[in-house]
Design a protein around this ligand. Structure first.
Ligand code: 1GP
Length: 231
């Protein structure tokens, strides 16, 4: 399947380490979302990733893997998204794990299926922020510099503003979007209603909805109802 991330407005992110009933998965996959992203910060294994992929594969929705650790790389996804945490203080999350993985698998990869994501983690309480020792105390100029770094210097296809667990600063997202020319600006964090989904979709290219799936499925499903005109 050829998947074009530039067409995505809405994505559900599912965590292989968390339980979902078949009925819930059915509703998510048939919701009209543009893609299902599989990924999580902790507890992601080969087994739970294979299991979730095989269940999602019963549907037509594109399904992509956001790789969080080398052991959980499962073939068969439409795309493989590789997070590069630009504001990590721990270099393992900028190039370290990537280097290890490429030593092992570099010659076998189909590079057409690999997409780099320039992450900017902005919620200091998020698990991913702690894991990567992210420097989250950033002003608009700092964030713009990271966004340009991803978009222009490294030519990454995705700039990902990650507020996982909390709804972020939409004005900052809007300003950051203005300095991104080629990449798709992904926004994720705290989208738990249609109103917030619309607000985020106004300023970002693609919105990612995660946690609310597990606490209020009906609200999560409503976030798909975005205005689809524009970017
Ligand atoms: C997490 O960006 C996603 O990686 C979505 O965030 O879980 O807060 O919706 P939430």
């Amino acid at each position: 399947m050829i998947v074009d991330i530039r067409k995505w407005k809405h994505v559900f992110k599912l965590d292989p380490d968390r339980d979902l009933t078949d009925e819930t998965l059915d509703r998510l996959c048939q919701s009209g979302t543009d893609a299902i992203m599989v990924g999580g910060s902790t507890g992601v294994t080969f087994e739970n990733t294979v299991d979730l992929l095989s269940r999602i594969r019963q549907y037509e929705v594109p399904c992509v893997l956001e790789i969080s650790n080398q052991e959980a790389v499962v073939p068969g996804f439409d795309l493989f998204l590789i997070p590069v945490v630009l504001n990590a203080d721990d270099p393992l999350y900028i190039v370290g794990h990537h280097h290890e993985a490429l030593k092992e698998y570099g010659s076998m990869l189909n590079w057409d299926e690999v997409v780099a994501e320039g992450y900017i983690i902005l919620n200091k309480e998020a698990t991913a922020a702690k894991l990567t020792s992210a420097r989250t105390d950033l002003d608009a100029k700092d964030v713009a510099a990271y966004a340009r770094m991803a978009d222009k210097l490294f030519r990454m296809p995705i700039v990902y503003m990650e507020y996982s667990g909390t709804f972020g600063d939409m004005e900052l997202v809007r300003r950051t979007r203005q300095v991104v020319d080629h990449a798709r600006l992904f926004y994720g964090g705290g989208i738990d209603s249609l109103d917030k989904a619309r607000e985020a979709a106004e300023v970002a290219d693609t919105i990612v909805v995660g946690n609310i799936i597990y606490s209020d499925l009906e609200k999560a499903l409503q976030t798909v109802n975005l205005d689809r005109t524009g970017r």
